[in-house]
Structures are given as C-alpha cells and as structure tokens.
Design a protein around this ligand. Sequence first.
Ligand SMILES: Cc1ncc(COP(=O)(O)O)c(C=O)c1O
Length: 402
Amino acid sequence: MLPNMHHAEPIPEEARDEIDRLLQSGDLFRYTAPENAPVSLLEAEFAAQLGSKYALAVSSCSAALFLSLKALDLPRDARVLIPGFTFAAVPSSIVHADCIPVLCEVGENYRIDIADFTAKLDTVDAVIISHMRGHTSDMDAIMALCNARGIPVIEDAAHSLGTTWHGKNIGTLGKIGCFSFQSYKLLNAGEGGIMVTNDADLVARAVILSGAYEHMWRKHMDRKDNSSELEQAFARWQNKLPLYNLRMSNLSAAVIRPQIPHIARRVTDGRRNHDQVATLIEQSPWITVPDKLPPEERAPDSLQFNLEGLGDEQVHAFVAAADAAGVKVQVFGLTQDNARAFWNWEFLPEKHDLPRTRAMLMRACDTRLPARLTPAECAAVAAVLVDAADKVMREANRAYGT
Ligand SMILES: Cc1ncc(COP(=O)(O)O)c(C=O)c1O
C-alpha cells in the first residue's frame, strides 16, 4: 500500500497548551512580553541546536536571505553568486536586496561545479550557497576560495537542517546560515525562517532591519551579558537602518519549538528511508542516484535520481507511469514553469546560459520521501519507480524493434 507522501507529520501535542495560552492572553507580538517571548526562546534553542552564537527568527527563509544581504551592507547592484539549481525564491531575495544574481553551473550530482564557481568568483561581491534538496556542495573548496578573496558566504540551508559536513552543522560554515520553517521543511510552521551567525555586528544589523524598532533590540540580548560586543553593535546601528518588519509571530514559534526535540529522529529516519529507496532503485539500469560527498552526512526528506538513456518522450512516460502507480515525480526541467528551472526566472536582470545545469535538470527526478514512511512503504515506492522505468524502456525497445 502506497502512503500519501504529501501529508505533513502532526504538530506535537505540546504546542496546543502554549497556543491556547497565547490565544487567551492575546500575546502574539514578539516584543510585548518583557522577556522569554516564544520567539526569543526559539532563537535561543535553535542557536544552541546548531552551535551558533546568535539566531534571529523571521517571517521566511527568503526574508532571512534578504536580511543577510542587507546586513552585509552590500551596495546597490552588488553581484551575488548562486548555483543555477535552486528555488526561484533565492535569486528573488537577491533582486529584493537591489543586487544582481550571477548563476554558476551545477553538475549531474546536483552540486556546484567548482571550476565554473571559481571562474565567476572574482566578478562577485558575495555568495549564497543553496544546498538544494539538501545536497551539500564541496564546502572545503568553496570556503577556501571565498576566504582567500574575502568574499562573504551566506548558506541557504532551507533543505539542510540536520545535515553535517565534517561533523559540523550546515548553516554554520559560512558567515550566515538561513533556514526555512515552510511546511515542506524538517520543522513545519506553515511559514517562517531563521538565520544563524557568530558575528555580533551582522546579527545586530539584521535584528534592527527585521523590525526591532527603538530599543526592542534589548530583548535580543543575553541578560547575563550587558556590556557585550552585541550591545555595542546595537548602539552603533541605532537609528541608522530601515525597519523592514519581517518579524516572526509568537504563534509560529509556539508551533516550531516542540518540534526541535524531534529533529534527531526525523534526520535518522529520513536518512534510513532515503538510503533504502536509493539502494533499491539503483538496481534499475535506467536509474542512478548520485553519491553524497565523503564529508557529508545527509538529512533527506526527499529523493533525487537521474534517468539514464531515456529520451524526453520516455521521461514523460516514466513520470506518467509512476504517477498512475501512485508516486508523484517531477522532472525539474520538463514540468512547465517549474520554479527550480533557471530559464523560468525571467525576472533576472541578466540572462545565463548554463548547459550543464540544463542537461541535469532535464533528467533529474524529484519525489518526496517523508521521514514517517515505514520500510515497507519505502520498498513499495522503490518498486513503483523501478517498474515504471522498466515498463517505459520495454515499450520503447519494442517500438524501435531492438
Ligand atoms: C532552496 C530554497 N531556499 C530558500 C527557500 C525559501 O524559503 P521560504 O519559503 O521560507 O521563503 C526555499 C523555499 O522552499 C527553497 O526551496
């Protein structure tokens, strides 16, 4: 029996009491309570979970990316390098910050092509590394290249909560890491985002820009540490920055906080499910699942694989056969107006030709694979995918008489 792969996991029961308390008091704004507002507690808990000094919760990961660029004080028309395989919200956050997205090639393994990245690096002022679908690019090479040039790295870790690189959390390798709490992510609040950093000046700027008006920034300070570099940073930026008002509501924080203790289980189960299905479908001569990079421990809640030796018509037939058998697959480059296909980002100020990324997107398949699936359900999903490829290729070979 195939599971519904689009249903979210229920929000933990503990959220209800806190939401009820907030509804009773009407205390939904993060800056009303003198201390310990749910949003502030979420920030402290998330920073501790990631091993970062500071966290700022906001309305979405897109808002976190936008505020990161603004916190870096990039001038208008600054150029920001991103991988050509990401979600349209990422170049959108760059355009929103009055900067110009520059796209680099991504290989068949969904990771940044380091040669193309290097070739473009000297033309840019900042970098956003989108770990798209939780696939980590070679962060050793990327950090070394960027550090050597003094180019700041923002990590878009929307899909990477729980992923590690040499044992260190993704999102803590660059200057700033941004995460999403939109419903399809590991922590689900419907909408929401958070940024983490160890840099007092950057977080002070981001806090004020996010809408900490007057002296609300005091509620971002550890009460034990009043003379901190953070306080000096806030004082430095007082009244100097616009207020974009991208704050998170206490209700969202109340939904997210009780999910934090479930991160470890969701990561372990998601990895188990992914690896089980990957092993099974790789037995098909028509399917490959790219290997992870050696320093990477993944936290997948979806599965990507490449179809090999199929033409466009057969890829469409594969998607239809899998769908008819109950598994929804999208091929990023073949579904109309797909927001992850760079040629659909017609709002970009500059056009980009990325033949390698385009070729990958035309054969890369994507299916959800939630952590809550059982091994039997995962086996059923794998069987559908293998059978769909077999069926399509048997028919194709018959048609061509081979
Ligand atoms: C790779 C990636 N980065 C950033 C975002 C933006 O996240 P949000 O919806 O929280 O703005 C998304 C959205 O799904 C995404 O897929």
